[in-house]
Design a protein around this ligand. Structure first.
Ligand SMILES: *[C@@H]1O[C@H](CO)[C@@H](O)[C@H](O)[C@H]1NC(C)=O
Ligand SMILES: *[C@@H]1O[C@H](CO)[C@@H](O)[C@H](O)[C@H]1NC(C)=O
Ligand SMILES: *[C@@H]1O[C@H](CO)[C@@H](O)[C@H](O)[C@H]1NC(C)=O
Ligand SMILES: *[C@@H]1O[C@H](CO)[C@@H](O)[C@H](O)[C@H]1NC(C)=O
Length: 374
């Protein structure tokens, strides 16, 4: 659709204008962004993401939030040390508080009766340079949480699907709705942890298919219908991996995708590229969003953002490649890089090492007794 093209052109203008406005106001002049331009970009945003507001006051409020988000995106763009681009997204009319409320789930400390698996093997010379489980048909299409705060269930579902396909060479799409309706440890559409989903699978003796037990998306959960449908995948247990990016990469390359829980603050404005944050721009100790880690790689030679300032000097900065993780989000395919995003690998970006968790899939053997974590 044409608006997309206009949007990016106008946006470039607007962002430049906003940046100039900010610089000017720092110098004590204040021309500000051109109101007409801003309104035009906002109108295109509304068209692209089908947004309408009930009254002029709400429109004015959203327009104001939109302008603030554009300014923030511009700032993130300047601060990021990777190749990430920030700008208009489907979340550009939400305040940070609303975004966190709608999509975040606070993960409480270490209150979990599951021990970390201690990896003993050293990373051998066989370390692959790249790994992308999307290339071998083990990853389901990108999901969309819509009105349901269920990243935790979607990440867990993606983990089980991928491991099932890898182990049994049979691709199944599993029911997120079952994980929500039958959840007794988390809060359904109001948030939960990845392990709540795994406990539900154990307690229900397996997972039905997405086709039989489809995702509702209205934000409501219903009566648990686990007993009604044929199960298509099972897990034996789940483990928390070592908080170390090398062993996570090794596990990913040898066993398959794992779930991670990160600080999602930079994702509200993220468009594409590799995010390389600092502990200040993305606090790695506070995580609130679970996603599926599906691969890793390295960029072709790029001039790091750090090079920007240096490039005013008389010599060119050496170009280096940047290692990254590939992550599958659950905000629909129109967000980010077709529903995916990339984080810098090797600097615990946004707390990626805090909770690497994975199920172990297997055909059913015995009934499991499960209880919620303390
Ligand atoms: C746009 O949003 C309205 C409700 O605000 C909805 O009724 C309509 O179906 C949506 N259209 C599309 C194309 O998503
Ligand atoms: C979602 O659930 C509501 C009831 O809470 C129902 O009215 C609606 O039809 C369901 N939507 C889908 C897509 O199943
Ligand atoms: C994520 O990091 C940002 C920036 O450091 C911080 O403001 C935010 O509170 C963090 N998120 C959570 C859930 O604490
Ligand atoms: C396990 O399922 C039973 C019903 O079959 C339910 O009463 C119980 O709360 C569930 N426990 C967990 C931890 O999900």
């Amino acid at each position: 659709m044409a608006p997309t093209v206009h949007l990016s052109c106008l946006l470039a203008l607007l962002v430049a204008g906003l940046a100039q406005g900010i610089k000017d106001s720092l110098r004590g002049q204040d021309p500000g962004p051109q109101p007409l331009e801003l309104k035009e970009v906002f109108r295109l945003f509304q068209m692209q993401y089908n947004r309408s507001y009930p009254n002029p006051a709400e429109y004015a409020r959203r327009l104001d939030i939109f302008a603030q988000n554009l300014a923030k995106a511009q700032r993130l763009q300047e601060e990021d040390l990777g190749t990430a681009e920030f700008g208009v997204t489907q979340f550009s009319d939400l305040t940070e508080e609303e975004f966190v409320q709608l999509y975040g789930s606070q993960v409480a400390g270490e209150a979990l009766g599951v021990s970390r698996k201690v990896g003993s093997e050293e990373w051998g010379e066989s370390e692959p340079q790249t790994c992308d489980w999307r290339k071998v048909g083990t990853i389901s299409p990108v999901r969309d949480q819509r009105n349901c705060n269920c990243c935790w269930a979607m990440a867990a579902a993606g983990n089980i699907e991928a491991l099932w396909a890898i182990k049994f060479r049979h691709f199944v799409e599993v029911s997120v709705q079952q994980l929500l309706d039958c959840d007794r440890c988390g809060n359904g559409c109001r948030g939960g942890f990845v392990w709540d989903a795994f406990l539900t699978v154990l307690n229900n003796s397996g997972l039905a298919s997405e086709k039989d037990y489809p995702f509702n998306g209205s934000g409501k959960t219903h009566r648990c219908l686990a007993k009604k449908y044929k199960k298509v995948a099972w897990i034996q247990d789940f483990i928390i991996l070592q908080a170390c990016e090398q062993s996570m990469a090794r596990h990913l390359a040898t066993e398959g995708p794992i779930t991670v829980t990160i600080n999602m603050t930079l994702l509200q404005q993220y468009q594409k590229g590799v995010i390389k944050a600092t502990p200040t721009t993305c606090d790695p100790t506070q995580v609130d969003h679970s996603v599926l880690l599906v691969g890793f790689g390295k960029t072709k030679l790029v001039e790091g953002r750090q090079g920007k300032a240096a490039s005013f000097g008389s010599y060119a900065r050496p170009r280096r490649s940047m290692a990254y993780w590939i992550l599958k989000n659950s905000w629909g395919p129109q967000w980010g890089e077709e529903g995916y995003f990339r984080l810098h690998r090797g600097s615990n970006t946004c707390g990626i090492t805090k909770f690497p968790v994975t199920a172990r899939v297997d055909k059913p053997k015995k009934q499991h007794q499960v209880s919620c974590p303390p």
